[in-house]
Design a protein around this ligand. Sequence first.
Ligand code: GTP
Ligand code: SPV
Ligand code: MN
Length: 588
Amino acid sequence: MVKVNLHPSVYEWIEEMAKITKPDKIVWIDGSEEEKQRLIKEALETGELMELNQEKLPGCYLHRTHPSDVARVEDRTFICTPTKEEAGPTNNWMDPNEAYKMLYSLFDGSMRGRTMYVVPYLMGPVGSPYSKVGIELTDSIYVVLNLRIMARIGDVALKALGNSPDFVKGLHSKANLDPEKRYICHFPQDNTIMSVNSGYGGNVILSKKCFALRIASYLGKKEGWLAEHMLIVGVEDPSGNVTYIAGAFPSACGKTNLAMLIPPEPLKKLGYKVWTVGDDIAWMRIGEDGRLWAINPEAGFFGVAPGTSYKTNPNAMETIKRNTIYTNVLLKEDGTVWWEGMDGEPPERGIDWLGRPWTRDSGEKGAHPNARFTAPASQCPSISKEWENPKGVPISAIIFGGRRAKVAPLVYEAFDWQHGVYVGATMASETTAAAMGKVGVVRRDPMAMLPFCGYNMADYFAHWLEMGKKIPNPPKIFHVNWFRQDENGNFIWPGFGENLRVLKWIIERCEGKVSAKETPIGYVPYVDDLYLDGLDIDKETVEKLLEIDKELWLKEAEDSREFLSQFGDRLPRELVEENEKLKQRLSK
Ligand code: GTP
Ligand code: SPV
Ligand code: MN
């Protein structure tokens, strides 16, 4: 380990947590290759990991979680602020004192017979003034190995922390995985996260949703920046100019795919290229040049496996060929993996995500719908050369989007920042398998942050409005929907790589190169301005995709108003104004 004079509070906190959890051993993680091999060996021995075919998938392992523990648990996720108002109506709230009391009793002796790993991790590029440090204490090697991919861990993080007491404290114990006693608690005022009785993804890789969104959003409000559930992608045009776009779509709604998209043939021929900066989280600040600049605080992808194929996302498929941890996928007889939606014929048989023998005629899913891969971002063929730039990349457009079978058109542009904040604040999407609960129910998910905002969302909207006033040269704001369906429930828009056609229009709007049709909800493309060469879709269908049904939109506006009303007096009046203006435009 490096010699760093850490602040005494680091040791004090670890000691205090160890006193409660009572591990047999405490091991500091340095992030070395030797350490990784040692941890993998141990995890293989305990069965926490299974080795995959090392010839075909070098450095790849499989992990199965408990069947009750396969996604984020929103109803067991809490924001523990001194008052309930600070957490707001969309968060579960617990009084911090009560929460600590309850948690300490659940953590009491939870690491007995186990090792407590101390994992220092850095969020953001090395040397970036915007990067931040966390330390996660965990009794799960799976978590350590995931953190190793998802963040920059060990010595590099300790060096970044130095003698500062400013780090996010994270305590995680699998305990006995009791779903009734599963809690993911955040203490924004204390820079603290506690997670108990889970071993899955966003519940336990505390760097990700817990720190980089819930705690960071609170810090962003305090410090004047934005922590968002956004992908970051660079689109290079034929002249070599790269435009960066940040996009907020709810969980399992296409961020990873858009971040890694491969241009369709005709656009490739014209010279378009797409570069991946991040696939899930963006930290954004106002740069010296008056633009909004974004860094990806993460170092890897924790991506949805089902639906990922060489047809939909070849860059992801290339990324996950090595050094990847697979969670809850199907194990094939040759020691490789499979999931629904992968290329080619499904295998005849295998071992499903529950560890049971599976056959393709069984009618059962081989992989869990929220099965995931964890892979280093550096392995992505489309990774941007700017992805670790300490300054980040300048954002020209922000896209909000969701999964809507109806109502929302393929793309539209907000009239201005304030209207854009309204569009983000009222966006809705069908729920997915990324969180426990019913799938396919339309819910409002402001800025794709409903499950991830660490404070009152009304204040979060106010912060967005405030930021708009402070950014001299703000990005334009758009809304997209790749998921509109026909009468038979089929997606109308081909999506995936073809989405570049929509990004192209967005970029041309940012550059002032194309006009647009003004509608009550915003600016919509003229069909002839969308580049559709080589796409098997007729103009009528595209018109349909861009259609705005006033009746449905009036209902939408009503529903949005109702959603916003839960924030009471705390809701910025600008959003009520935008709602009223929208209704007026629709009734004209
Ligand atoms: P999180 O990691 O949960 O935040 O998800 P994400 O937003 O990164 O979603 P991801 O890109 O992993 O996509 C989720 C699912 O949606 C996958 O099964 C994809 O195949 C599918 N999907 C992504 N983009 C499109 C699209 O343009 N059209 C259609 N029809 N499906 C898509
Ligand atoms: C999401 O649900 O938005 C994810 C996966 O990115 S998790 O890390 O589980 O939150
Ligand atoms: Mn996500």
